[in-house]
Design a protein around this ligand. Sequence first.
Ligand code: GLA
Length: 780
Amino acid sequence: MISKKDQLFNLSTNNTTYLFAITETGHLEHLYYGKKISSEGISHAALAEKRSLSIGTGTAYSSDNPTLFLGNLCLEYSSMGKGDCRESFVDIEYGRGMQTLDFVVKSFRIIPGKPRTFSGLPESYGDKSTCTTLEITLKESGLPIRLVLTYTTFEDSDVITRRSAIYNDSDRTITIRNLASLQLDLDGDGWNLVTFDGAWARERYMHERPLSPGIIINDSKTGVSSAEHNPCIFLTNEDGECIGTNLIYSGNHREVVETSPYGKIRLLTGINPSQFSWDLGPQDRFQSPEAILTFSPKALNGASQNFHHFVNNHIIRGEWKFRERPVLVNNWEATYFNFTEDKLISLAREASSLGAELFVLDDGWFGIRNDDTTSLGDWTVNPKKLPSGLGGLALEIHRMGMMFGLWVEPEMVSIESQLYKKHPDWMVAIPGRKPSVGRNQYLLDLTRSEVRDYLFKMLSDTWHLADVNYIKWDMNRTFSDLYSSNKEIKNHGEFLHRYVLGLYELLSRLTTAFPNVLFESCASGGNRFDLGMLCFMPQTWTSDNTDALCRLYIQEGTSCGYPLSTMGSHVSTSPNHQTLRKTDLEARFNVASFGVLGYELDLTKLNRQQKEAIRSQISFYKANRSLLQYGTFTRVKWANRGANHVVWAVASGDRSTLLVLFAQKLNQSNPGSDRLKIEAVDLNATYEVFPRQQKIDIRTFGDLVNRISPLAIAEGGLAQDTLSKALSFDSEVEHYRVSGELLANAGIKLNQQFGGTGYDGETRVLGDFGSRIYICKKID
Ligand code: GLA
């Protein structure tokens, strides 16, 4: 809902209110963002900044307004040169380096639903029943330039989106040096900033720090949204309030969080002004990506649930929206580049017999690619590896009753490729300089339409041929040596944004041409996990790191901004290929099941015990997958906040079923008791609570098995190995019938963990990195 009364704009969602007003000078003063206040109770006078006195050394707006200091107002947008010296929302160079700007309100309109953007950028969607839009046009007081601010309220998600646009009504070119998507100015109420940072194989670990005077920047200058700093950030405070923002964009982004000398907080998000400048010709216009904003009084869990609702309802689109995602098997870590058709077929047979629904052929099927030095760009099958072609392989897979998926990395080119020989200038490199390199590969210039046309044709021909049901779209290096021979580009400050626009155009054509295909985005794992990619591809490969311990941090961090339905999570082998850590197969599954499940290990090498375990994992996952992909997710004890026992819960909408992960980072000797306390239940209901039955590898006990074995079994010996293939222990039996109130308020004291004093059918054997999934089912 959006309304305007006198000078005050009121943007409300089901549970939040956002208020701002037009000042006597035509600027927009932000008044409030938080829990809902009914419109009758709102007083502009009570919320406005008091300004009867001037501020020492402050610059007043004008001699007519001697106590109006833009530098100490909460504003909806800001610019330089009129007394507000905080980081600014918009920065335009319009002649001989001049940058002073002063935009004032000219008009506004309230539109049911949401008008489409003109920018070529992906955006959220909704109709008149779910959203309302407010468009405010501001005019520069001395120049023919307009700034348009657009707000859309999504009532059902408690989300407000924002974007901005510049219109050059003059007859001269102006240069946009910065245009943010969103500005939120707040009073400093003891806010902490939460960011999601990392690198390859350790994406989106969560970091929290209190704000103090000065500026914190969370950004990417890599050309992609990056594993280094995700565009999703939160502000949290001790009262349990939480504000979150994210950006629907896959390129360089910047979030500025500034604490002013007067204790006000300014949050800006948008395209990173670093390496960006945009020449806007006469009568031309430029639009920013859309940013999203939420508030919750229920801390980070509440704000992230709002984001989950928003992403599932207003970002993910097409055939796979709210559709249960298939359990996949991917050959990458099973074979790397070294596979034959026979090997793939035998992997697929195993996959199908264990219950998998989708077989994915990863890197190495095209050109002459036997390692990562060649062939990117040549998207035709390697007949030596696949004599029956992609079509033949796909047919076999389909005959097994599975879907067929294929890996591609279209944005790249290898020097050793047919494509490079033919079109060396399609590669991003500066003429006359040796370009920098990542993973032996280079970027294709997606700003050029002929490059996109080539890729569209090449890819769509191959995908038709292979009758694909799924595409993994990878991107394994970041940008360097920015240059384009594209004649349209006069100013290379435009290159990165034009690349992103080119990518989106290509994705839009391909996803339209293949509406039934499930797309999964990937960038060396999660180097481009963002809302822009999710507008085209409903899931993302979260990280190349599938270690069960690391995944507690990675998935938990990622889940703050993105729902479980978007997070690809695979069970891989042990020791893990990224960390060499040994973890239990069941523990790997327990963590991976909180997301879109897959397996990525050599299934043909598994013993009977392991196959049985996987078969029952997959059938458990299928039985519960609507919950594990679309349920309401709450972090009860956070891996990222230092808990040794990590607890996550996912609940069905009616709270009739909950699945609770109880994961242990490190085993304690002689441990105390563990409690399962879950607030997200129906307080008036009665629940049955019990753990998913899992297998305990007898090797867990080392030579302690000799206590019960008639034969001597040496640790690491042949007998132990042989025995473990045929035999395993069942996990503990534990079963309760309790009220929702008990579960929420008191919690259940769980069976004792193994503590070195004995073992029986009730002992919880978790060990290091071990876990259980508890099932809470409402009894009628
Ligand atoms: C990237 C991906 C992996 C795999 C390899 C193939 O690293 O993240 O999952 O596809 O590329 O080269």
